[in-house]
Design a protein around this ligand. Structure first.
Ligand SMILES: [Fe+2]
Length: 413
């Protein structure tokens, strides 16, 4: 076994995160399933089919209920905005090297698995000026989980090696996901964000809020928070799922600070945790309805939440804005293979990664990966890369007079 394998095998297994429900109550249950130390490889190869059920029948049921009650009940963390932060209004000038700006994006990465660590190594090898996580630190975004699955801080209560989200040389950001909010967003706002943010004189200044804009004369990358309103009242939220609406403070910031308008001819790239639409999964159209106030031209939109890598043709929910949607929620969770028959065939898929990832846990899953963005003048190239560094799909966009034109789509390297 190589040094790298010996090191990576001390991280968590994908089998414990399989079929994780989008339910706070059940996420707190599945959190109890993993063993306290990495499995020997012989056990790893025989995954339980039902990680949730094994948690239910373990001695951890009492812990499940007490953790759910202690983390889930109580007010959410205050929604932070840029009021009172002096000159920091959440809009930052993009900085690169010699006119080239490299941005790494990954969604749903915060799992602490061997695969998340391999994605992190690929991101580091890209030497990004900016790294942006699209949200979700599992299982429920508690302080211990934020530490071990994002900030690279060892959890003294288990024997797993932690995972560290790779920094960008000019800035590191993280969006808010539903799983951060399952513990009311407290560790996300109080412990994660202060370590991130734009870099000034070699030091991260702290990410003051869960939304931001990175821009230059050609492009605007706008990170949004669809996670804060993805939870509601405990128990009731399981029956009546919240809409993931953008908080009013964020909409006010768009109106008063970002101020998109038809005369602004820069290319728009939206980043969010939840998907606007999906051919295979649930839709979250509310944030797009709110964005209709600001944008009259189609824009690029990268999202996560769904654990797949999918490129869509230009599309929008009927009566709502049109976008070029890119699902990249394949950062660290077990990746769902696309079904033969999509749930929503009206969503026009241009590319979806259907490859089966050969893994040491005998799971029938897809590949983890991330997206490399390179900004050069009015050109933006996106490469969709897997955990081995293989490019699955690439495309270059040009912005002229506010309109996006795609120059060179390509499947494979
Ligand atoms: Fe999510």
């Amino acid at each position: 076994m190589s040094i790298q394998e010996a090191h990576s095998s001390r991280r968590k297994d994908l089998q414990d995160l399989r079929d994780l429900p989008r339910s706070p109550f059940m996420s707190f249950l599945q959190k109890q399933a993993p063993p306290k130390a990495p499995r020997p490889s012989v056990l790893k190869q025989q995954p339980s089919k039902y990680p949730k059920i094994s948690a239910f029948f373990s001695r951890e049921v009492f812990k499940w209920i007490t953790e759910y009650l202690s983390h889930r009940f109580g007010p959410r963390h205050d929604f932070l905005d840029y009021a009172g932060t002096g000159a920091d209004n959440g809009v930052y000038q993009l900085q690169g090297d010699g006119g080239v700006i490299r941005i790494a994006l990954a969604g749903d990465w915060g799992t602490g698995t061997d695969e998340a660590d391999r994605v992190a190594r690929q991101i580091s090898a890209f030497q990004p000026n900016y790294s942006i996580h699209l949200g979700d630190v599992y299982y429920v975004g508690t302080l211990a989980e934020v530490n071990e699955n994002f900030l690279g801080i060892k959890n003294p209560d288990n024997d797993y090696a932690p995972c560290l989200w790779p920094s960008g040389s000019q800035g590191t950001f993280s969006l808010n996901g539903n799983h951060e909010m399952y513990a009311r967003g407290i560790a996300y706002f109080d412990n994660m964000l202060p370590t991130l943010g734009p870099v000034v004189n070699g030091r991260a200044q702290g990410q003051r809020a869960s939304f931001f804009c990175l821009e230059n004369e050609h492009w605007r990358f706008i990170g949004l928070d669809t996670g804060y309103n993805s939870v509601g009242w405990p128990i009731l939220e399981e029956i009546f799922p919240p809409s993931c609406a953008l908080p009013s403070e964020l909409v006010d910031w768009m109106r008063s600070v970002v101020r998109p308008n038809p005369n602004d001819t820069r290319g728009i790239v939206i980043l969010s945790h939840h998907q606007y639409f999906s051919a295979f999964d649930k839709w979250y159209p509310k944030p797009a309805q709110q964005l209709a106030e600001f944008f009259s031209r189609p824009f690029l939109w990268f999202w996560g939440h769904e654990h797949r890598m999918t490129v869509y043709k230009e599309w929008g929910v009927p009566g709502n804005i049109k976008t070029f949607g890119r699902c990249i929620g394949n950062g660290g969770m077990p990746v769902d293979l696309p079904p033969a028959t999509p749930k929503h065939p009206e969503c026009p898929v241009e590319f979806v990664d259907r490859r089966v990832y050969q893994n040491d846990e005998n799971l029938q899953i897809g590949f983890n990966g991330f997206t490399r963005l390179v900004v050069q003048g009015n050109r933006l190239t996106a490469e969709y890369v897997d955990l081995n560094g293989a490019v699955l799909f690439s495309e270059t966009w040009s912005v002229d007079g506010g309109n996006l034109t795609r120059i060179a789509p390509k499947t494979g390297p």
